[in-house]
Ligand binder design. Structure first.
Ligand code: UD1
Ligand code: CA
Length: 451
């Protein structure tokens, strides 16, 4: 059986009160709709069809290649939305799964189960239901005296007895494609002026065909996002899922409730994450690290056995056994080789620090290449910006930069050289020489190997 997926995303989301398309709001660092796309992805080799409408172009642009798009204009209800996908799927698939872009917590496994149930169904339709006392505005499942599903009644038009029903329509369906295309045009317009996809149930029953229901075991999967309260609720569920995953993979979270790990982050075994830590974007963290407390790591790669605390690390690379913090800021292009120590109040941007190099206190290193075993004294600054452009600094191996040295770039400090405290280096310093003063002058040659 070949399956196609339809993800509905055309509706206007008035209650979200937003200028951004609702389905592009982020959850654990990813657009809401990405979760819906990932949930259907394992089911089908065909790219899912996303039905767009309101702010559709923005949604299309954000998703790009990994989906096909059908435009629904105007938005005349969920059945009308599905109809827009027909030209893209008819003749190509024999089963269709229909989900919503604003239901990001549905698990791939749940959709797979639904599909398996539909494979055993002699009739054309299977759907997810939820038993809950909190109706969330969902449609109610109507059954006959034999317990057979007869119809779905929308909350807005339900009678008081119907409103009391605690079996709800999740809004996710698996449908035989040929029957779907034939049935959709038979749905009549509601008094609200919309075509309700939920009417498929009644149509199938009238056709004398079997409709199967699959109960959703975990109610959190059915959280649909209509406004910001739902957004926060979904974020909390996702955070818990992600944190549980990493704990079961061997990561210690001292306080999972205050640990914020985004969906794409990868963490190695025996790493310990302290509270109030944010691991974001495409961050990877190795094994045996200690991260946090009070740390943000975004789009960074951190190797094994590193320690980062009270610090901000963005788009940086840390090799193994690097220790950073407290109060360090690593910015784009910072690359700290094995064993680098970076203490308090340091900032590194677009620079390489060689193995074992130490910058303990109050320094700014930008656009610099620094060799191994260098000591960067307290208060060292690379003056990389001349008001027009950024200029490079090169520091050789085993250099000793004295406290409060200003390196006025472009400038080079040769292997094994030293600067005196307060030196303002405006010209290159040859290897194994000591330069002092303002501007710095070489006053002495140093013996090789003396450091
Ligand atoms: C729908 C179901 C309801 C179910 C609930 C679960 C119908 C008629 N009702 O109600 O039984 O309990 O979902 O969340 O289907 N959309 C379009 N085009 C449209 C209208 C909607 O693409 O013209 C999309 C929306 O963007 C959204 C989804 O369909 O992703 C659901 O639409 P919404 O208006 O929220 O339906 P509900 O009233 O919640
Ligand atoms: Ca909804």
């Amino acid at each position: 059986m070949k399956l196609g997926a339809i993800v509905l995303a055309a509706g206007k989301s008035t209650r979200m009160k937003t200028a951004v398309p609702k389905v592009l709001h982020r959850l654990a660092g990813k657009a809401m709709i990405e979760y819906a796309l990932e949930a259907v992805q394992p089911l089908s080799s065909l790219p899912p069809v996303v039905v767009i409408g309101y702010q559709g172009e923005e949604v299309r642009k954000a998703i790009g290649e990994h989906a096909q798009f059908a435009l629904q204009e105007p938005q005349l209800g969920t059945a009308h939305a599905v109809l827009q996908a027909q030209p893209l799927l008819q003749g190509k698939v024999d089963t269709v799964v229909i989900t919503y872009a604003d239901m990001p917590l549905i698990r791939p496994q749940t959709l797979h189960n639904l599909w398996q149930v539909q494979q055993t169904n002699s009739g054309p339709l299977s759907l997810l239901t939820l038993k809950s006392t909190d109706s969330r505005g969902f449609g109610r499942i109507l059954r006959n005296q034999h317990g057979k599903i007869q119809a779905i009644i929308e909350e807005a038009v339900a009678s008081p007895e119907q409103l009391a029903i605690q079996e709800l329509n999740v809004g996710i369906y698996c449908v035989q494609a040929d029957w779907l295309w034939e049935a959709l045009p038979r749905i009549s317009i509601s008094p609200k002026g919309e075509y309700f996809l939920t009417d498929l149930v009644e149509l199938a029953v009238k056709d004398g065909l079997e409709v199967k229901t699959v109960p959703l075991a975990d109610p959190s999967e059915a959280i649909g996002i209509n406004h910001r309260l739902h957004l926060a609720e979904a974020e909390a569920v996702l955070r818990r899922r992600i944190n549980q995953h990493w704990m079961l993979e061997g990561v210690t979270l001292i306080d999972p409730e205050s640990t914020y790990i985004e969906a794409e982050v990868v963490i190695g075994q025996d790493t310990i994450v302290y509270p109030n830590t944010y691991l974001q974007g495409r961050t990877t963290i190795g094994a045996g690290c200690t991260i946090g407390p009070n740390t943000i790591v975004r789009d960074a790669q951190i190797g094994d056995r590193c320690q980062v605390y009270f610090s901000v690390v963005e788009k940086a690379i840390l090799e193994e056994e690097v220790d950073v913090g407290p109060y360090a800021h690593l910015r784009k292009g910072a690359h700290l080789a094995k064993g680098v120590h970076m203490g308090n109040f340091g900032e590194v941007k677009n620079s390489y620090l060689g193995p074992g190099t130490k910058m303990g206190h109050f320094s700014y290193i930008g656009d610099a290449t620094i060799g191994k075993g260098v000591n960067i004294g307290a208060g060292t600054i690379t003056c990389n910006y001349d008001g027009e452009k950024k200029n490079p600094t090169e520091i050789g191996e085993e250099v000793f930069i004295g406290s409060d040295t200003m390196l006025v770039a472009p400038v080079k400090v040769g292997k094994g050289a030293r600067t005196g405290a307060g030196a303002v280096v405006t010209k290159d310093i040859p290897p194994y020489s000591l330069a002092v003063g303002v501007p710095a002058r070489v006053i002495r040659k140093l013996k090789e190997g003396n450091g």
